[in-house]
Write a protein that binds this ligand. Structure first.
Ligand SMILES: C[S@@+](CC[C@H](N)C(=O)[O-])C[C@H]1O[C@@H](n2cnc3c(N)ncnc32)[C@H](O)[C@@H]1O
Length: 190
């Protein structure tokens, strides 16, 4: 059942643009679950680029990818996602099918290490440059933690202002979750 978990719901939507040989970016690898999903979808002829500022997250993701016996179709950078345009080789620019952001902090880890509005917006802008036509950016937004509300507003304002003739933005929310809703933005490049 995909609809009891908004992240599973997001993956089911992303499947529309993922296919063997596709190019994916996991902008916040964390424990590596989304990276594994993208690597599986890309298969041996595709590629996945991942980013995280925490060394533990990078190590854990690489370990998970190795344990899952996935093809060697991934490159994980121990770097902020705001640097993706410089770090992803230019031959992939304009060819990326999906970019995933899972904002906030890594559950079970240091809750003071969070994604921040300024770098998140820089990375979203870079992602839009990297996307192929028909490609999709997916952003999971969590409010309620220190810094989270500002980021939630900033990301939605940015996406709200994207040109309708170039991008389509769809927002989904788990609205009956106690506390703050989890928001999911899907941005498709036309
Ligand atoms: C909610 S977690 C990601 C969960 C992950 N997608 C998974 O499947 O386990 C958010 C991650 O963003 C990372 N992060 C924070 N700022 C970042 C930045 N500027 N660039 C890349 N990653 C960042 C954190 O270290 C944390 O691991």
């Amino acid at each position: 059942m995909i609809s009891n978990n908004i992240l599973s719901f997001a993956k089911s939507v992303l499947c529309e643009v993922l296919h063997p040989g596709c190019i994916g970016v996991d902008a916040t690898v964390g424990n590596g679950y989304d990276t594994v999903f993208l690597s599986e979808k890309a298969g041996p002829d595709g590629h996945v680029f991942g980013f995280d500022i925490q060394e533990d997250a990078v190590n854990q993701t690489e370990q998970r990818l190795n344990e899952e016996c996935l093809p060697a179709n991934w490159t994980i950078f121990h770097s902020g996602h705001e640097n993706m345009l410089e770090l992803i080789p230019s031959e992939f620019h304009g060819r990326v099918n999906a970019v995933m952001f899972n904002l906030g902090f890594l559950p079970g880890s240091d809750k003071t290490v969070i994604t921040k509005s300024k770098t998140t917006l820089a990375a979203i802008e870079a992602s839009l440059d990297l996307l192929a036509k028909g490609g999709m950016l997916c952003i999971a937004i969590y409010a309620g933690h220190p810094g989270g509300d500002d980021e939630d507003v900033a990301v939605r304002e940015y996406c709200n202002a994207l040109d309708y003739h170039t991008y389509r933005v769809i927002q989904s929310e788990m609205i009956n979750k106690p506390g703050h809703p989890i928001r999911m933005l899907f941005v498709t490049k036309l």
